[in-house]
Ligand binder design. Structure first.
Ligand code: A3D
Length: 320
């Protein structure tokens, strides 16, 4: 039987997700939005491209959770995106309220789904989504690391004039200005970035500038677009996670996963490499970090913790 993916939020990312999932024939798609016309309009528009592109999936637009019933995967983008000058953290109050409604809808209609959260501020919203929904922590995960890593890879590919597929890298920590790109776990055409710096193929200053640009990758796009934030790359990253779950690919993907002692942290979500297969997050992979990387990771975790404290102040239910 064909799988079913419901997209909660039919905005920029939701619409792009629907298109990508359909053209890949990964699953039937339900586009859900409180703005019903947007969900219905986008679903109909994509459905009308099936004869041109030759794919065969069902697409439904709705504002009724019953239509999302028994979804295999749910991808949540419901919320408000950042506006120019607005930090991810400013979004917290508005998006927490929205996520509470979404979590209740999911718990009622698709308690066995694998849920991928994209709504910002990511690490805290995914934590709230898990708590509000009561779904197992292995079935609720956040998308950020694939996007952050792909931005780092793209900037490096431009610098080294090599396709992105020749670059391996990893970005850890919270999705925000404290994220931790890992040059020691990065290779370009098989050569470590550390070695490339030693060989003067890239200066330390240039590498620092690329790391800084990666950290601010989202804001750079917001500034260009003026209205709304990035959506093509975030949607592509969400699809990669959904695919690894649906097809049991057991890929190791950087994502916001629940930590239960891994890396020395407990009871919170943060960006780490995780194996995603048919059981959801099957394992958090612990890689060896140097002292400086550990320190930076801790700074990032503390930023997530601080923001979660702020979330608890807004809604004390989250402390349970
Ligand atoms: P946008 O195009 O505004 O779509 C959001 C949609 O959510 C809108 O269509 C709203 O009508 C809908 N919505 C609002 N409230 C509800 C609700 N209660 N139930 C269902 N739908 C609702 O935004 P977007 O698609 O560009 O971005 C969506 C989210 O992703 C935002 O929070 C962004 O900040 C976030 N985002 C995260 C990343 C990460 O890497 C984590 C990257 C880019 C964007």
């Amino acid at each position: 039987m064909r799988k079913k993916i419901s997209l909660i939020g039919a905005g920029q990312i939701g619409g792009t997700l629907a298109h990508l999932i359909s053209t890949e024939e990964l699953a039937d798609v339900v586009l859900f939005d409180v703005v019903e016309g947007m969900a219905k309009g986008k679903a109909l528009d994509i459905a009308q491209s099936t004869s041109v592109d030759g794919f065969d999936v069902n697409l439904v637009g709705t504002s009724n959770y019953d239509d999302t019933k028994n979804s295999d995967v749910i991808i949540v983008t419901a919320g408000v995106p950042r506006k120019p000058g607005m930090s991810r953290d400013d979004l917290l109050g508005i998006n927490l309220k929205i996520i509470k409604q979404v979590a209740e809808g999911i718990a009622k209609t698709s308690p066995n789904a694998f849920v991928i959260c994209i709504t910002n501020p990511l690490d805290v919203i995914v934590m709230a989504l898990q708590k509000y929904s009561g779904l197992p922590t292995s079935k609720v995960v956040g998308m950020a690391g694939i996007l952050d890593s792909s931005r780092f890879k793209y900037f490096l590919s431009q610098e080294f004039k090599t396709p992105t597929k020749n670059i391996n890298t990893l970005v850890l920590g919270g999705h925000g200005d404290t994220m931790v790109p890992l040059p020691n776990h990065t290779t370009v055409n098989g050569k470590s970035l550390k070695q490339l710096v030693t060989e003067n193929k890239i200066t330390k200053e240039k590498l620092d500038a690329i790391i800084n640009r990666t950290r601010k990758g989202g804001a750079e796009i917001i500034k260009f677009l003026e209205k709304g934030s990035a959506f093509y790359a975030p949607a592509a990253a969400g699809v990669e996670m959904a695919k690894s779950y649906i097809k049991n690919l057991k890929k190791t993907l950087p994502c916001a996963a629940y930590l239960n002692g891994e890396y020395g942290f407990k009871n919170l979500y943060a960006g780490v490499p995780a194996i995603i297969g048919s059981q959801g997050v099957e394992k958090v992979v612990e890689i060896k970090l140097e002292e400086k990387e550990k320190e930076n990771f801790k700074v990032s975790i503390n930023a997530v913790k601080e923001l979660f404290e702020a979330a608890i102040k807004i809604d004390p239910d989250l402390s349970n």
